[in-house]
Design a protein. Structure first.
Length: 417
C-alpha cells in the first residue's frame, strides 16, 4: 500500500486537521494520493498553493491529486480549472469519513470531483480529536473553529464558517488522555479562540474553559493558549493569568495595527489604547509575561504617520515575537476596494516592522541571561521556556521532560543553557 502524501500550508489548525485527515484516509484505505491542504490568508498563499500543486504533480505523476483547505473552500473554481487536480473538497467535507471512503473507492466522476458545500451552514465542530499531534512533548487541541467577525481584510470566515466551539467536557476528556500518554504541555488552538463558548449553553468564556481544565486535570504541567483577541479576554482568563502558574506566560495577540483610523477601517473591535492597556495589565498580573503579535504593514490608506503608530506600538506593548504581514489584497473583501499603498512602500514598511521586532527579541534574550528557566525539551538539544523562547543545550537532555536550566548566553534567536 502506498500511503497518501500530505502537503500542508498555513496555520497550526491546518496542520492539526492534516493529522486528522491522515487518520481518516488510512481508515478508508486510500492509496496513491497526494492531498494539498491549502491556506487562503493572502493572495500569495493561494499563488504558492498552485505552485505546490504543479510541483507535486510532477513529482507524483500517477497519483490522484486532491486539493482541500481554506483556498479550496473560498475559490474552488481556481483549483478545479487546474489540469493537475483530480478533486477539490471543502473544509467541512475534509473532516468527514464518508468523503475519504468515497475517494478510496476510486470513483471520481463529474459530481465527486467537486465537493464544497456552504461553510456558513455548518453549526458544529467536526468530531476529530487527535491524541498527540505536535512533538512528543507538546500536543495541540482544537477547541474552536470559524469566526463571526468580518474584518475588512480577511477572507478566513468564508473558508472556515461561523464560530463553533467544542464543549468543555469533550476538551477536558481529551486533555486527560493526552496527559495519560505522557504529554507535559497542551496548547489550545482555534481560528478565533477568544470567541470560544459563545455558541454553547450558558455561553461560557475562554477563561472558564482554562480554569476548568486546570482544575479537572491537575496532572497537566503546562497549559498554553494560542492567538487571542485581547479585547475579548474575560475576567476568568485574567484571573488565570494572575494566579495559575501552569498557564504559560506567553500570549500571541491579534493586534493587526497601531493606528486608530486604520483599526476602524479594518473593522477591528479595539483601539491602540485598548491594546496597550491589556498588555500593561497582563504584565502587572504576571511580570514574566511575553507577547507575540500579528501586525499588517501597508494596509490601504495607511500613511507614514499611521504606520509609525504601529512601530511605536511594538515598544509600547513590549511585544517580543512579531508576525509581520505585508498587506495583500484578497478579492471579495472590502479592503480590496480601498485605495492601495504602493507595493514598494509596503515592502519597506514590513522590513522596518521586522527590524523593530528583531530588536525586541534581542532585548528579551539579553534579559534572560543568568536566570533559571523551566524548559520543555522538544529534542535532546533544544527546548522551550515557559515564555516559548527557544533554548539550546550543550549537553543532551531527555526529550519530553521539563528541566530546570540556567541560561548562560544567547545567539540571534535563541538562548543557550
Amino acid at each position: 500500500m502506498t500511503a497518501p502524501v500530505f502537503s500542508t500550508m498555513g496555520c497550526r489548525l491546518n496542520a492539526y486537521e492534516s493529522e486528522a485527515m491522515k487518520d481518516l484516509a488510512q481508515q478508508a484505505g486510500l492509496e496513491n494520493a497526494v492531498i494539498v491542504n491549502t491556506c487562503a490568508v493572502t493572495a500569495e498563499a493561494v499563488r504558492k498553493a498552485r505552485q505546490d500543486i504543479r510541483r507535486l504533480r510532477r513529482d507524483h505523476p500517477d497519483a490522484r491529486l486532491i486539493v482541500t483547505g481554506c483556498a479550496a473552500q473560498t475559490e474552488p473554481e481556481t483549483f478545479t480549472a487546474m489540469a493537475e487536480v483530480d478533486a477539490v473538497i471543502g473544509n467541512t467535507e475534509k473532516m468527514q469519513g464518508a468523503t475519504w471512503q468515497g475517494l478510496a473507492a476510486d470513483f471520481i466522476g463529474e459530481t465527486e470531483a467537486l465537493q464544497v458545500d456552504d461553510i456558513m451552514s455548518v453549526t458544529e465542530t467536526a468530531g476529530h480529536l487527535i491524541d498527540g499531534f505536535g512533538t512528543r512533548s507538546r500536543a495541540y487541541v482544537q477547541v474552536q473553529n470559524g469566526c463571526d467577525h468580518r474584518c475588512t481584510f480577511c477572507i478566513i470566515p468564508y473558508g472556515r464558517g461561523n464560530s463553533r466551539s467544542v464543549p468543555a467536557g469533550v476538551v477536558v476528556d481529551q486533555i486527560k488522555r493526552l496527559v495519560d500518554k505522557g504529554f507535559n504541555e497542551v496548547v489550545l488552538t482555534g481560528v478565533d479562540l477568544t470567541s470560544w463558548g459563545a455558541d454553547l449553553p450558558a455561553a461560557p468564556k475562554l477563561g472558564d474553559l482554562v480554569m476548568r481544565i486546570l482544575s479537572l486535570v491537575p496532572d497537566l504541567p503546562r497549559l498554553r493558549i494560542s492567538s487571542i483577541d485581547s479585547i475579548e479576554v474575560d475576567d476568568n482568563l485574567m484571573q488565570a493569568i494572575a494566579t495559575e502558574t501552569r498557564l504559560m506566560p506567553h500570549l500571541h495577540l491579534s493586534l493587526q495595527h497601531g493606528d486608530d483610523m486604520i483599526l476602524k477601517r479594518m473593522k477591528r473591535r479595539h483601539l491602540r489604547d485598548d491594546a496597550i492597556r491589556f498588555a500593561q495589565e497582563a504584565r502587572r498580573l504576571r511580570p514574566d509575561m511575553t507577547f507575540g503579535a500579528d501586525i499588517i504593514a501597508g494596509f490601504p490608506t495607511e500613511t507614514e504617520e499611521m504606520f509609525d503608530n504601529s512601530v511605536k506600538l511594538v515598544e509600547e506593548c513590549d511585544l517580543t515575537w512579531l508576525h509581520v504581514f505585508p498587506y495583500s489584497a484578497r478579492p471579495g473583501t472590502p479592503a480590496a476596494r480601498m485605495p492601495a499603498v504602493q507595493g514598494a512602500a509596503i515592502k519597506q514598511r514590513a522590513a522596518r516592522l521586522r527590524a523593530a521586532g528583531d530588536a525586541q527579541v534581542q532585548r528579551h534574550l539579553r534579559q534572560q541571561v543568568g536566570k533559571t528557566h523551566r524548559i520543555l525539551m522538544e529534542n535532546p538539544h533544544m527546548g522551550r521556556s515557559e515564555q516559548f523562547t527557544e533554548v539550546h543545550f550543550t549537553q543532551p537532555q531527555r526529550e519530553g521532560e521539563i528541566v530546570d536550566a540556567r541560561i548562560t548566553g544567547y545567539e540571534t534567536a535563541h538562548l543557550t543553557a
